[in-house]
Design a protein around this ligand. Structure first.
Ligand code: F6P
Length: 527
């Protein structure tokens, strides 16, 4: 663990609801914000599209269909300034232990840029050379696996941050995948998942990656043990060659019998760990050079977040919009609609990133928050979502801001598809905005339903890296304004502890001390 005792103090926390700007925003919301009509604003203000277009590395965003105007943004920027956003951002980049409840630094950004790592103060607090060597060793191993024709199937066993990020990225970068390598991801303790994957595999052609920051997670350990038992039962030999571990707990991996281990550090949060050794499946799929480009895209977004003025800073503008919608308009969810099949796991990845980071009900001091925090983040790729839940988005009683993500270029050559896909994305955003008067209420579309439109040139390693980093910093922004620690996750613990108590009860039938409902379920499912 890094010794953080010598580091300077954290910035003072000023929760956004305790600032002057917060009051001003309430006044503004009551006067204009609540009834703001983006349609009218687009008609009346010729400069609106330009004013609400924001470019950042690899990504351009059109925010003009949102329920904001120049005054809203100005007040939100004042809110950011009065809440100390820049100080907290700089504290992260300086390597201060901003994960205050666990006394940890938050330095996933240090994994993406050697130059930045040396330039900033964290160089003194973390071992930059060790980080470089670990990455080099991980990438060299990835290249060896890629060159080894006998390994055709790679099974990543991990859950949460040790699964969602690598899986999402491998799917997104399918066009760059080594054609001789199939990547599988097993996360669930539900044996149907592992059994289904193992059914198609041969031990001598399979590499298992056991990915777990802690190397204690029950799902991952159970799946890893079952995978090893299968490997041995099917005549597999040489566990050392066919199993590798990705973990901060090198000792536990060794005890498990894995000798090939790639480490990382406690200053990399699980949901921010795909840039570390946890990214090995990505590196095997796309190769070291493309993995470096992936890190480079994220580093470019880091630089943008670190240096662009708040008013022209895309993660900041998006994070402020999130606060505006959550705390003033009272919207409780946000829909992510990637119009790219490769991004089909992005909504699931973002659920962990945002909801595990900002799903908190107390501030850094442990005080109950009088305001809402993380929205529910959900979504499906377009155009599939259009034929499922878009009905509710167009005509339901709740307003749900929608986020479109498109790429100008496609990676396939099938004629006609991409233009139709893009036309649908543009048309849906247009329909949310414009609405339509129908012959009767059932055919009415109210319109003025907010959306944001993100455009990438193409889905390649660098732009994907930038996109993920954009979301990371956006979540950082809203978390900093809410005055919460976005980097712990104590809320996942209680259920884990109780599951350990329930499991033996399912065998014994002992329901003593349980509430009546839980006891009834144990009795029903016992056996
Ligand atoms: O239970 C939640 C969590 O701790 C996540 O934060 C984490 O990404 C996941 O479990 C997996 O943890 P590990 O990588 O230690 O197995």
């Amino acid at each position: 663990m890094t010794d953080t005792s010598a580091l300077p103090n954290l910035p003072a926390t000023t929760r956004c609801d305790q600032t002057v700007a917060w009051q001003a925003l309430h006044t503004h919301f009551a006067a204009q914000g609540r009834d703001f009509d983006a349609r009218q604003a687009l008609t009346q203000d010729a400069g609106r599209v330009e004013a609400f277009r924001q470019t950042a590395p690899y990504i351009s965003a059109d925010l003009s269909k949102n329920r904001i105007d120049a005054q809203t943004e100005q007040l939100l920027l004042e809110l950011a300034e009065q809440s100390g956003l820049a100080a907290w951002r700089d504290a992260m980049f300086a390597g201060l232990p901003i994960n205050n409840t666990e006394q940890r630094q938050v330095l996933h950004v240090a994994l993406r840029s050697q130059a930045l790592a040396q330039e900033c103060a964290w160089g003194a607090a973390i071992d930059v050379e060790e980080v470089r060597q670990t990455r080099a060793a991980m990438l060299a191993y990835a290249e060896r696996v890629r060159a080894d024709d006998s390994i055709t199937d790679i099974v990543n066993i991990g859950i949460g941050g040790s699964d969602l990020g690598p899986q999402m990225a491998v799917l997104a970068l399918e066009a760059y995948r080594h054609p001789g390598k199939r990547l599988h991801f097993v996360s669930n303790i539900d044996g149907h998942e592992l059994a289904g994957v193992l059914a198609g595999l041969k031990p001598q052609n399979t590499l298992f990656l056991v990915a777990s920051k802690t190397f204690t997670t029950i799902e991952t350990m159970t799946n890893a043990r079952s995978a090893r038992a299968w490997f041995e039962a099917e005549g597999g030999t040489d566990v050392a060659r066919h199993f590798a571990a990705l973990t901060t707990n090198v000792k536990a991996a060794a005890e498990f019998g894995i000798t090939t281990t790639f480490g990382f550090w406690d200053w990399v949060g699980g949901r921010y760990s795909l840039w570390s050794s946890i990214g090995l499946p990505i590196a095997i799929a796309i190769g070291a050079e493309h993995f470096d480009a992936f890190l480079g895209g994220a580093a470019a977004m880091d630089e943008h977040f670190r240096t662009a003025p708040l008013a022209q800073n895309l993660p900041v503008r998006l994070g402020l919009l999130d606060v505006w919608y959550r705390n003033f308009h009272g919207y409780t969810s946000r829909c992510v609609a990637p119009y790219h099949q490769g991004l089909r796991r992005l909504p699931a990845y973002l659920q962990q990133l945002e909801m595990e980071s900002n799903g908190k009900r107390v501030d850094r001091q442990g005080q109950a928050l009088p305001i809402g925090t993380s929205p529910v983040v959900w979504g499906e790729p377009g155009t599939n979502g259009q034929h499922a839940f878009f009905q509710m988005l167009h005509q339901g009683t709740d307003v749900v801001p929608v986020e479109f993500i498109v790429t100008r270029e496609a990676a396939h050559t099938l004629p006609g598809h991409h233009a139709k896909l893009l036309a649908n994305a543009i048309a849906q955003a247009q329909a949310f905005l414009q609405g339509q008067q129908g012959a009767d209420g059932a055919r009415d579309f109210p319109g003025n339903r907010p959306s944001t439109f993100l455009v990438l040139e193409r889905l390649d390693p660098a732009s994907l890296g930038a996109l993920i980093a954009l979301y990371e910093h956006r979540v950082f922004t809203s978390g900093a304004l809410w005055g919460i620690n976005s980097f712990d996750q104590f809320g996942v613990e209680l259920g884990k502890v109780l599951a350990k108590d329930i499991e033996p009860r399912l065998a014994s039938g002992d329901v003593q001390g349980l509430d009546a409902s839980t006891a009834a379920l144990v009795r029903q499912l016992q056996g």
